[in-house]
Design a protein around this ligand. Structure first.
Ligand code: 5GP
Ligand code: MN
Length: 521
């Protein structure tokens, strides 16, 4: 399968599709799938733009709305994860993934899907230690703090991903796994990005949870973006297998990060990924049975409070289940719930008015962030699987506590039986997980988090000339070959045993006193 990988899209969907078409014509080939690694900016209208964390001067509607309104049809099946510049109100409607426009699929806070036999997983957002242990408490209209914290990754999603057991072909993250620069040409990287030197030297560039996931999941490919440069690496994993002749098999992850969509920048790469399906057939997206089962088995861990919550840990918890890698029986139960049909339904529906380029722009500055709303795609998915929509719970909580925040009639009826028996959202005692007490609600309102240090770096859009010609078709192996040697304080193909020992399942519980480990210094 010919897959086009894009770094940060920054709303330039039209340019990306044009670039792909240019490559297709030039190379006389056909691209089957486009994968975007965050900062996608699926803004449907001006109100969505207000929900995107970025300086007002960069709040440009760009071209996604054309594919949302139906003015244009995405010419290639497109999959994306979220980054740190998103229409967060829209993405929050689809916490478990869904169609943001026809042919454009968002993976959710975290997700795993199958395309033509290729298993693709991903995690949205960027890592900030101070929000990692919180629940999904944010909603539109956002404060300046929640507009940013909403895209910070949470331990629940990392924990769920760590329960996966089968082979992962492709994994996606917006920020890089920490330490991945040790396995490529770091000198070259520092020539292009000299100001990474200190962070690399102190091994704090990138995401610690993604580093854990990389060594734990050991996917064949890992694609990332965010740092606005192209960088390839080959990450060796511990030798734990032998073939029939007794030779050891070394498993590697081919890592590739790409730049943002700007002229003369390396933002696009075509990768040919071996797949089972006949290339002449249309590719369908399918749910991943193991992932669905993990979502269902861990639904009780869903937290909508801003308070820290720890995941179950075999070493400390007594009788509580802490390993959620599903058994075959558990997977069968879920398969039955889906009537043995895992094809993702094409159930896109508009949930907000698309931007109208012909309308007067005079009043745009008066457009505010909209109230949060739930999405039918998520409602259907949750009802089928028997899990809860975090945004639905947040809205119920608000409507019970603070009636003027949302219109109760727009809420879906579905709630898992466990949550239904717990409808008393004002009762402090009734639920530990999703019922903030009035005291805590006040503390949520008062909560003043430190401003993120580096995730509001401005988007450089000075150079707006033709974006074509800046990318070539070269193989990822070629990229990795080019990047070998000259690595920083470690040979590029050397394997650091301490880095490569995957953490045993289940994951370690983060003790409160250890939370400081996850604070960015
Ligand atoms: P964004 O487009 O997400 O606002 O910004 C990404 C920019 O922030 C990139 O240019 C990248 O170089 C910079 N950046 C992001 N994270 C880090 C980090 O941890 N250290 C350094 N030095 N720069 C970062
Ligand atoms: Mn970014």
């Amino acid at each position: 399968m010919k897959v086009a990988i894009e770094g940060c899209a920054h709303g330039e969907l039209e340019k990306i599709y044009d670039s792909i078409q240019f490559l297709e014509n030039k190379e006389n080939t056909k691209i089957d799938l486009l994968i975007c690694c965050g900062d996608f900016q699926s803004t449907r209208n001006i109100a969505d733009l207000r929900c995107m964390a970025c300086p007002i001067k960069y709040q440009s509607i760009c071209t996604f709305y054309k594919y949302y309104s139906g003015e244009k049809i995405a010419p290639i099946l497109t999959i994306f994860i979220g980054g740190n510049h998103e229409a967060s109100n829209y993405l929050q409607e689809l916490p478990y993934g869904g169609w943001v426009a026809p042919n454009i699929y968002y993976l959710g806070y975290a997700g795993v899907i199958n395309v033509g036999g290729i298993r693709i997983g991903g995690i949205s957002g960027i890592y900030k230690g101070h929000d990692f242990l919180r629940g999904h408490f944010e909603h539109s209209p956002y404060t300046e703090e929640t507009k940013r914290s909403v895209y910070h990754i949470r331990n629940l999603e990392v924990y769920r991903l760590k329960q996966l057991s089968g082979k992962i072909d492709v994994f996606l993250s917006h920020d890089w796994p920490r330490g991945v620069y040790h396995y490529g040409n770091v000198d070259e990287l520092l020539k292009f990005k000299p100001y990474f030197r200190d962070d690399i030297f102190e091994n704090k560039l990138g995401s610690k949870p993604c580093e854990d996931l990389l060594h734990h999941l050991q996917p064949s490919y890992w694609f990332a973006a965010h740092l606005h440069c192209k960088f390839a690496a080959l990450v060796p994993h511990q030798i734990d297998k032998t073939d029939d002749e007794g030779n050891t098999i070394r498993k590697n992850t081919k890592f590739l990060a790409l730049d943002k969509c700007l002229p003369k920048r390396k933002f696009l790469q075509i990768v040919d990924i071996p797949c089972e399906q006949d290339a002449t057939k249309k590719y369908d997206l399918s749910y991943d049975l193991e992932w669905l089962t993990i979502l269902q088995l861990t639904n009780h861990l869903l937290n909508i409070k801003s308070q820290y919550q720890y995941m179950p840990d075999a070493n400390t918890s007594s009788k509580e289940r802490s390993n959620f890698t599903p058994t075959n029986e558990e997977k069968q139960t879920i398969l039955e719930k889906f009537s043995k049909n895992l094809i993702i339904p094409l159930n896109f529906q508009q949930t907000a008015e698309p931007y109208n380029p012909n309308s007067s722009t005079d009043s745009n500055h008066r457009i505010q962030m909209p109230n949060a709303q739930t999405n039918k795609q998520t409602e259907e998915f949750c009802a089928k699987l028997g899990i809860d929509d975090p945004l639905h719970l947040v809205l119920l909580n608000n409507s019970n506590n603070d009636n003027n925040l949302t219109d109760n009639s727009s809420l879906p009826n579905y709630l898992t039986p466990e949550r239904k028996t717990n409808q008393s959202y004002n009762d402090n005692e009734s639920s530990l997980i999703f019922t903030p007490s009035s005291v805590e609600r006040n503390s949520i309102k008062r909560l003043s988090l430190p401003a993120p240090k580096d995730d509001s770096v401005s988007i450089d859009k000075n150079d707006e000339s033709e974006s074509k010609n800046s990318n070539e078709i070269s193989s990822i192996d070629q990229e990795i070959d080019n990047s070998k040697g000259n690595s920083f304080n470690q040979k590029s193909n050397d394997c650091n045993p301490s880095d490569l020992n995957p953490s045993p399942q289940p994951t370690k519980k983060f003790k409160r006193r250890n939370a400081s480990l996850y604070e960015n210094s």
